[in-house]
Each structure stands twice: as structure tokens, then as C-alpha cells.
Design a binder for this molecule. Structure first.
Ligand code: ATP
Length: 269
């Protein structure tokens, strides 16, 4: 279970992330190396963003890569689901924002991750939505992001599927100013994601995960869909094993290509 609002170093590593090479590169430069060797950056006088917005279709690894970044940097990770901060009265949600940032500073170096951040930042003064609660919460959020040296060692990553609905004020430099697109995986990347997902599964050596990733049946599948596919294939293999009566040693304890083919018929984007 996610320990919402609490800090831990996640156990997700780079190896758990398939594809997303460009993002790895960006996060290595912008976060991991800065946490590991801050003196280099000071020496060269390089001053970089500490706020990021990951945007793109659901299930493509936004949360996953943020956790991996924290792990690789040896930093704490705080997960906040945007809409949950909103389920409060005016005043309460501002306090909740302040508390979250205070906690992040105390456990720095820290990555503060806001999932569904658009919920907190729908355009101000707009019709409908959360009205005053959103306005005061957004103002508090901006205040926290603007606090200059308060940000030492705190990196803020927001994630959204709907960047267009966000108040532009939060996307300025110094706030969530670095925008990074997390796309649907291409054919090659689907294979790499399957390989990452396969690391903890008994896959038969004859299975060509890269070929499965390139296959037409996998077109348009997200990382989350591929995780569902992997799970389905494992489930089918397990059931087959369980129903092989008597001399069960004859049935190998692995997931084979046939299992993947069957699973592919069940999983759709
Ligand atoms: P949402 O917008 O719905 O919050 P998200 O982009 O944050 O989605 P994640 O929660 O990171 O997506 O991904 C969901 C799951 O899908 C992951 O836990 C993982 O199992 C799988 N997954 C997604 N992308 C990848 C990837 N690039 N490599 C490996 N696994 C992935």
C-alpha cells in the first residue's frame, strides 16, 4: 500500500523502468547528480530547476520513474495525490500544503511527488470546480514553490494527464517550470518495458519479449497495459500448472509464448 504523505526511499530502481531514456537523462542531470555531488554544480555556478511537470497519457510510468529517481539518488520520496488535498475546508487545505512542504524540507534530500496535480491547479477564478478551496490552495502552493532557499534539497515533481487544464502560473520557471512529456511507448520501448517487468517472473528462455513488444497486438498498449499483460500471462501459466494433475513435474514452471498469446487476446488498451 502507498503510505500517503510519508517519506521513504522507494525500492523501484532504474532496472524496473523500461524505455524513457530521455527522461532518465534529464533526471540524472537535474536531480540525481545534483543530490550526489552538489559541489560540482556550485563550482560551475549552475543553477537549475527544482520543479518538474510530467505530462502524458495515463499508465506510462510517471509515478514509476519519479520513484526510481528517488531511489537512484538515495532521496526520500513523498507521494501526494492531488485531489485528496482538496477534500478539505478552506484553510485546512492550505495548512495541508504547508505541512507537506515542511515535511519534505525536514527529510531532504527529498522528492515531493504530486500525482494528478491538475486537480490543485485548475485555472483560478474559473467557473465551477472547487472554487475558493482551489484558489487558496493554489496560492499556498505557489508560495511554497517560490520560497527560494527553502527549496534546498527538495525537488517537486507534478504529474498530470491534462496539462492544458492547469493554471499557467504554476508552470513558470522556478515553479513546475521544467515540462517533460511521458509518451506512449513505441514498438522498441514496449519490448524494453516487458523486459523490465519480466525481471521478477519465471519467463521461459524461448520467449522473445522484444518480438512480442513489436507485434501488432501490442500496438497502443501503455506501460500499465503491458504490466496487465504480463500478469495475465503469469496467471494463465499458473492455472495450467495447477490443473496439471498427478505428474506436475512434467509441466515446466515457466511462462511461455503460448501463455503470452492467450493473454494478448484479453488485454486491450
Ligand atoms: P497515471 O497517469 O495513471 O498515474 P502513470 O503515468 O503515473 O499513470 P505509473 O503509475 O507510473 O503510470 O505506471 C503504472 C504501472 O505500469 C507501473 O507500476 C508499472 O507496472 C507499469 N509501467 C508503466 N510504465 C512503465 C515503464 N516505462 N516501465 C515499466 N513499467 C511501466
Amino acid at each position: 500500500a502507498r503510505r500517503e504523505g510519508f517519506s521513504t526511499i522507494p525500492n523501484v530502481t532504474w532496472d524496473d523502468v523500461g524505455g524513457l531514456d530521455l527522461l532518465r537523462q534529464e533526471f540524472s542531470d537535474y536531480i540525481i547528480r545534483r543530490i550526489k555531488s552538489p559541489e560540482d554544480y556550485e563550482e560551475y555556478g549552475v543553477d537549475l530547476q527544482t520543479g518538474f511537470l510530467l505530462y502524458g497519457p495515463p499508465g506510462c510510468g510517471k509515478t514509476l520513474i519519479a520513484k526510481a529517481v528517488a531511489h537512484e539518488a538515495g532521496a526520500n520520496f513523498i507521494y501526494i495525490k492531488g485531489p485528496e488535498l482538496l477534500n478539505k475546508y478552506v484553510g485546512e487545505s492550505e495548512l495541508a500544503v504547508r505541512t507537506v512542504f515542511t515535511r519534505a524540507r525536514i527529510c531532504a534530500p527529498c522528492i515531493l511527488f504530486f500525482d494528478e496535480v491538475d486537480a490543485l491547479t485548475t485555472r483560478r477564478g474559473g467557473e465551477g470546480g472547487g472554487g475558493r478551496v482551489v484558489d487558496s490552495l493554489l496560492n499556498q502552493l505557489l508560495l511554497e514553490l517560490d520560497g527560494p532557499e527553502q527549496q534546498r534539497g527538495v525537488f517537486v515533481i507534478g504529474a498530470t494527464n491534462r496539462p492544458d487544464e492547469m493554471d499557467h502560473a504554476i508552470l513558470r520557471p522556478g515553479r513546475l517550470g521544467k515540462l517533460l512529456y511521458v509518451p506512449l511507448p513505441n514498438a522498441e520501448e514496449r519490448g524494453l518495458i516487458l523486459k523490465a517487468l519480466a525481471r521478477k517472473k519465471p519467463i521461459d528462455p524461448s520467449v522473445d519479449l522484444m518480438a512480442i513488444g513489436r507485434s501488432e497486438a501490442c500496438e497502443d498498449l501503455s506501460g500499465a497495459d503491458l504490466a496487465a499483460l504480463m500478469n495475465e500471462a503469469a496467471m494463465i501459466a499458473l492455472k495450467e500448472k495447477q490443473s496439471s494433475v498427478g505428474n506436475s513435474d512434467a509441466t515446466p514452471r515457466t511462462i511461455n509464448t503460448t501463455h503470452f498469446e492467450q493473454a494478448l487476446r484479453k488485454v486491450t488498451p
